[in-house]
Design a binder for this molecule. Structure first.
Ligand SMILES: [Zn+2]
Length: 328
């Protein structure tokens, strides 16, 4: 487990950055949000839309004599609920500007305005990936509960790749989510990396409903390309969405890639035994995963199958509408 080095603690202090840890109730553990004590203050990410998160956040602000109303800007690293869930509420309680990738904005509308389409999409791909009909509803049940963890919002400013805002350079690094953005302060030598690079847990690319008229992104293929790019960037001290800060992002990325490589070997071995659906692969990889969390297992299985397909190692075919893969 990486430790926060004394150097990084000092650096955060020097730049007036306060890390506040908020609960998520998810296997990933607490989420980090960062208060940047400038005039006016900036908040990076928000935590879930729950009373508990809101209370801990406002208490964390109060320790520094800051209120929500004082905020000048809120920037979100990506459109997952643990990072942008409270945004709608915080924007109502302040005059803060809000920044994020354009796809975060779409999600801000999407989460509550299109629950029916969202459900249809996931039940559809669960069926396509081979989830048995009798467990599809249960597999989707957590989503119904997750919906309350965020509420609609508007972004006042969009951050595209290469944009500069508030002293940060934005790098669009899709994969873990389609909206993942690094916020790099080149001058200070530090970066807010969201869930793109995590040292303490696996940043898994998750299946996501595509924007209307677009194809579902091949999340792991995208993620590996993004990692190859960010590996070459000068990120300095990395402040992640989960776990402690680290200063060796190249080593952390190499560990992520080698874990993925080992898992890919496992999938290859499973396919040698015979053709399989993504659901079957996910059950073999994660036999103990509760059905409500099958979305995570499916994301990983489909991710690897698509990476192997891109490399020409496997091919897909459909039997009665269900997707199967076999070695080439
Ligand atoms: Zn997260």
């Amino acid at each position: 487990m990486p430790k926060t080095s004394p150097a990084s603690v000092d650096l955060l202090k020097d730049h007036g950055i306060v890390q506040i840890s908020l609960p998520t109730h998810w296997p990933v553990g607490p989420v980090n949000v960062f208060l940047v004590k400038r005039d006016p203050p900036i908040l990076i990410d928000t935590g879930l839309h729950t009373d508990e998160s809101y209370e801990i956040l406002t208490e964390g602000f109060a320790e520094h004599g800051i209120t929500i109303n004082d905020l000048g800007a809120i920037i979100v690293t990506h459109g997952h609920r643990d990072h942008m869930g409270l945004l709608g509420q915080l924007l109502r309680e302040s005059n803060a500007d809000s920044y994020g990738h354009p796809q975060v904005r779409t999600l801000g509308h999407d989460t509550d305005k299109h629950p029916k389409e969202r459900k249809e999409f996931f039940l559809g791909i669960f069926g396509e990936f081979g989830v048995p009909a009798e467990t599809k509803e249960e597999a989707n049940s957590l989503y119904e509960r997750f919906r309350t963890f965020s509420e609609p919002f508007e972004l006042s400013h969009v951050l595209e790749d290469g944009d500069q805002a508030l002293g940060y350079t934005a790098y669009h690094v899709p994969g873990h989510s389609p909206s993942d953005t690094l916020l790099v302060d080149h001058e200070a030598g530090l970066s807010f990396v969201g869930d793109h690079i995590l040292a303490s847990t696996n940043p898994n690319p998750l299946l996501q409903r595509p924007e209307s008229g677009q194809q579902r992104p091949k999340a792991l293929v995208q993620y590996q390309a993004s990692l190859a790019r960010s590996r070459e960037l000068d990120l300095g001290i990395c402040l992640p969405g989960h776990g402690t800060p680290f200063d060796d992002h190249v080593a952390v990325i190499d560990r992520i890639l080698s874990r993925q490589g080992r898992r890919e070997m496992l999938v290859k071995k499973l396919l040698k035994e015979g053709r399989r659906t993504p659901y079957e692969i996910s059950r073999k990889l994660f036999p103990d995963l509760p059905i409500q969390n099958i979305h995570l297992g499916l994301s990983i299985a489909v991710g690897h199958l698509e990476v192997m397909e891109e490399a020409g190692d496997v091919k897909r075919f459909y039997t009665e509408g269900v997707l199967h893969f076999e070695p080439r």
